[in-house]
Design a protein around this ligand. Structure first.
Ligand code: ADP
Ligand code: MG
Length: 450
């Protein structure tokens, strides 16, 4: 016997231990596609709300290069405001979601005067002359400051702003990377910061640091991929444009050197026209394939779209000598997507299949309503198949093993599938033929006999 559990548990029992509730809320927020700002807000909320650690205020400083900069200060601005907020927030039925909404409102309002106060604060993180709060970040140490006014290590300007005797600095870091520091205090309740508060705050700090670090790595990776793709694109475009341009240049020079030769003039102009056509074609394909708009998926019947592709003259010419089998289930429901993109995706897959298949081979287009909510289109060929090295790069932009291939066809198909909430899979082995599977969402409820 097996039992299944959901990762996301929306409500928490208030009798659950604080630590567990806190952990769950923070990890659940990381699980959602929220922005880093939103998730940091969740952490600051966890640190300040009564159902979390319960500090009165939380200040966030983030690193930028070797500097530490004031960013967000969350909490009431006065004792009166604290009283009203806490009354509202302790109303029965108000949960974490509401508290976060409330805090988001605080921070987006123009009157986010608390954050404005700390934004001008900038500290160096270099090891000489470290002062608090930067010291906590630079040394990756939690620092509890008591009797702050007697403490020579605290920056006087910072002290003037925070205005409390006792505060806690929690550094945010992961591995060797310092991401920032959170400063917590109890300005209104004047409660002493206890060892158990420090423990919980450190837990939040560790999670926040790791989360920020992962986000940073993720962004770096996207940037690197983008740059790599850009580099490949530049090489490819240069390559595609160079030949026609060289030809056009050469024939134009000839024209300039012998302007009176009428027959040569016509021939050269024709060549130049043809090469310009080639350039136009490359540009058209680049723009066309690289741009797949996220249109709202509509229900449509895939049968006529597939027929239209099969009837088109270029596919007919390519399939001479190859057996093309069409096998579409009778009671197929409509699928969700864009019919034009669908047709172009099928055309790309058929193009590839026909190009890979020798005379006497077979290409099959099959469609079935199988997996509850999915309609699957299979395009299978008995062609040359692909070795692992090709399969790996299949969907990369400009990857092609063909002389005149643009290497954008499969990338386009993948984007089309993403734009309609579907997916694409491939099975292929060198010499064994290839099978592409496209999963489309059915516009009807899942069949009961599946
Ligand atoms: P292009 O067709 O311009 O080369 P694609 O993105 O359509 O670009 O395909 C990329 C590469 O994937 C092809 O060059 C080929 O090596 C491989 N490929 C795609 N489909 C098949 C197939 N059905 N059989 C074998 N190889 C294929
Ligand atoms: Mg192709």
């Amino acid at each position: 016997m097996i039992d299944r559990y959901q990762f996301l548990v929306p409500d928490f029992q208030s009798k659950e231990p604080k630590e567990l509730a806190l952990l769950s809320i923070i990890s659940q927020s990381f699980f959602q596609p929220f922005s880093i700002e939103d998730n940091l807000l969740v952490i600051l909320t966890a640190l300040t709300s009564g159902s979390g650690v319960g500090f009165n205020r939380a200040m966030l400083f983030r690193t930028s290069g070797d500097k530490l900069k004031g960013e967000v200060w969350l909490g009431p601005r006065s004792a009166e405001e604290a009283k009203t907020i806490w009354e509202v927030l302790s109303t029965p039925g108000i949960g974490y979601v509401e508290i976060i909404e409330h805090n988001r409102g605080l921070l987006t309002r123009e009157t986010d005067s608390l954050s404005q106060i700390i934004k001008p604060l900038v500290y160096s993180l270099s090891q000489e002359n470290l002062i608090i709060p930067a010291m906590s970040a630079a040394r990756k140490e939690m620092i509890l400051v008591r009797n702050s006014r007697q403490e020579p290590f605290v920056d006087p300007k910072f002290l003037e702003i925070i205005g409390v005797d006792e505060f806690l600095c929690v550094p945010l870091f992961a591995l060797d990377e310092i991401m920032g520091v959170v400063i917590l205090d109890n300005a209104y309740t004047r409660q002493t910061i206890e060892p158990k508060d420090i423990k919980l705050a450190s837990l939040c700090g560790l999670m926040a640091g790791n989360y920020m670090y992962t986000t940073m790595l993720h962004n770096k990776m996207i940037e690197m991929e983008r740059l790599a793709a850009l580099g490949e694109m530049a090489i490819f475009i240069t390559h595609q444009l160079r030949n026609p341009l060289t030809t056009i240049g050469g024939f134009t020079d000839q024209l300039l050197n012998s302007p009176n030769d009428a027959s040569k003039k016509r021939r050269n102009l024709e060549i130049i026209r043809k090469e310009i056509g080639r350039l136009e074609n490359v540009l058209y394909e680049l723009v066309h394939f690289l741009k797949v708009e996220m249109k709202k998926p509509v229900p449509f019947d895939l049968r006529p779209e597939i027929q239209a592709v099969l009837q088109s003259s270029d596919i007919k010419i390519k399939s001479e000598g190859i057996e093309v089998v069409v096998d579409i289930e009778e009671r197929l429901p409509k699928i969700l997507g864009d019919p034009t993109y669908f047709g172009e995706a099928i055309r790309n897959l058929l193009d590839n299949a026909l190009e890979a298949t020798p005379q006497g081979g077979r290409v099959t287009v099959q469609s079935r309503w199988e997996d509850q909510n999915w309609v699957i289109v299979r395009i299978q060929d008995t062609g040359k198949g692909m070795p692992p090295a090709v399969k790996e790069k299949l969907f990369s932009p400009f990857f092609s093993t063909k002389d005149k291939g643009l290497g954008l066809g499969l990338l386009f198909v993948k984007r089309v599938m993403e734009s309609c909430g579907g997916k694409i899979e491939v099975d292929s082995e060198a010499g064994q033929g290839t099978l592409f599977r496209l999963y489309f969402k059915s516009a009807e409820e899942g069949r009961s006999d599946a």
